[in-house]
Design a protein around this ligand. Structure first.
Ligand SMILES: CSC[C@H]1O[C@H](OP(=O)(O)O)[C@H](O)[C@@H]1O
Length: 275
C-alpha cells in the first residue's frame, strides 16, 4: 500500500484509545480519509493507521503507540516513524496517561513536559543511525506552547506547563523504591515518550506530548485503584481529542519556529554506516 502524504501525526495513547479518535470529539471539519492502513516497512508491518483531515490538514494516527503483542516496542516505534517520514510528517503529538513521581501532582492534572529522563534499558532504537541527535529542547517549544494554550481552552483544572517525564520499560508500574529513586529528578512516569522522542528527531520532525495523571506512583500520597484509572481515561478521552484537534488547527497555519531540525546533526562517523 502506498503511503499517503500527511503534515501531522498523533500517536494515540490510552486517552484517545477510548474515544474513537478523532470522531469522538464531534467536529464538523473532521473527516476520515482512509482507515485501517497497514504499511510494509523495513522493520515489519505497521499497526493499523488512520488518515484524517481536520480543517483541511492531513493527520496520520494510530492507537496505543502501535504496540502489539509479539512485536517489540522498539520495532513498533520504528515502523511508525519510518512511515511518518515517508508520509512527510513534520509535527508529531503523543498523548498518554502517567503516574505521579512529584507529590504535588494529583490525578486529573495535565502536564506538558519540557524534558524527559530515559530509564528504559532497551537498546538500538533508531532508524539508519545517520545522525547525532542533540536532545536539547527535545519536546518542541512551539508545539508545547500551542498545547498549553489549547489545554487551557478546554480544561479548567490544573495544567503544569513544564516538568520531566521519566520513561520506564514497563509493562509493570514501578516499585516504591523505584519511585523514591526518581523523586527529585522527574515529575511523572510513563512508558511512551522514549524512544518516540529520539525517532522524531531522527526523522527531522517536531515532537511534543500531552499527559494526563491517572495514578499515583507507589509511596506517593496514597494508593490508587485500577477502576479509578479506567474511569479517568474513559470520562476524559473526548476532551483530550478536542485539545489535540484544536492544537493542530492553530499550528497548521504556522511555520516551524523552533530549532528541532537543526539539532539533528550529520554524524561524525559518516562512512561507517555506508556500505
Ligand atoms: C495505563 S497503562 C500503561 C500505559 O499507559 C501509558 O501510556 P499511554 O496512555 O500513552 O498508553 C504509559 O506510558 C503506559 O504504557
Amino acid at each position: 500500500m502506498n503511503i499517503p502524504k500527511a503534515d501531522f501525526a498523533i500517536i494515540g495513547g490510552s486517552g484517545t484509545l477510548s474515544s474513537n479518535f478523532p470522531l469522538g470529539a464531534k467536529c464538523d471539519d473532521v473527516k476520515i480519509i482512509e482507515d485501517n492502513m497497514i504499511f510494509d516497512t523495513p522493520y515489519g508491518k505497521t499497526t493499523a493507521l488512520r488518515l484524517f483531515e481536520v480543517a483541511g490538514t492531513r493527520v496520520l494516527t494510530c492507537k496505543m503507540h502501535g504496540w502489539r503483542t509479539g512485536v517489540s516496542r522498539a520495532d513498533a516505534s520504528r515502523q511508525l516513524f519510518w512511515t511518518f517520514r515517508e508520509a512527510g510528517v513534520k509535527r508529531i503529538f503523543s498523548e498518554g496517561g502517567v503516574g505521579t513521581v512529584n507529590k504535588l501532582l494529583d490525578t486529573r492534572d495535565f502536564l506538558i513536559p519540557d524534558d524527559y529522563l530515559d530509564l528504559s534499558v532497551r537498546k538500538d532504537v533508531g532508524l539508519e543511525g545517520k545522525y547525532l541527535l542533540v536532545m536539547r529542547d527535545a519536546l518542541c517549544p512551539q508545539m508545547r506552547a500551542e498545547l498549553i494554550k489549547n489545554t487551557r481552552k478546554h480544561f479548567s483544572g490544573r495544567i503544569f506547563t513544564r516538568g520531566t517525564y521519566a520513561n520506564t520499560d514497563g509493562r509493570h508500574f514501578e516499585s516504591p523504591a523505584e519511585i523514591a529513586m526518581m523523586n527529585g529528578h522527574a515529575d511523572i512516569v510513563g512508558q511512551s515518550i522514549c524512544p518516540e522522542v529520539y525517532l522524531a528527531r531522527e526523522i527531522g520532525a517536531c515532537y511534543a506530548g500531552l499527559y494526563y495523571v491517572v495514578n499515583y506512583g507507589e509511596g506517593i500520597r496514597k494508593s490508587w485503584s485500577h477502576d479509578e484509572l479506567e474511569d479517568i481515561f474513559y470520562d476524559d478521552a473526548p476532551m483530550i481529542s478536542r485539545i489535540l484537534l484544536d492544537t493542530i488547527r492553530s499550528l497548521a497555519t504556522k511555520d516551524r519556529e523552533c530549532e528541532c531540525l537543526s539539532l539533528r546533526k550529520e554524524t561524525l562517523l559518516k562512512g561507517i554506516y555506508d556500505d
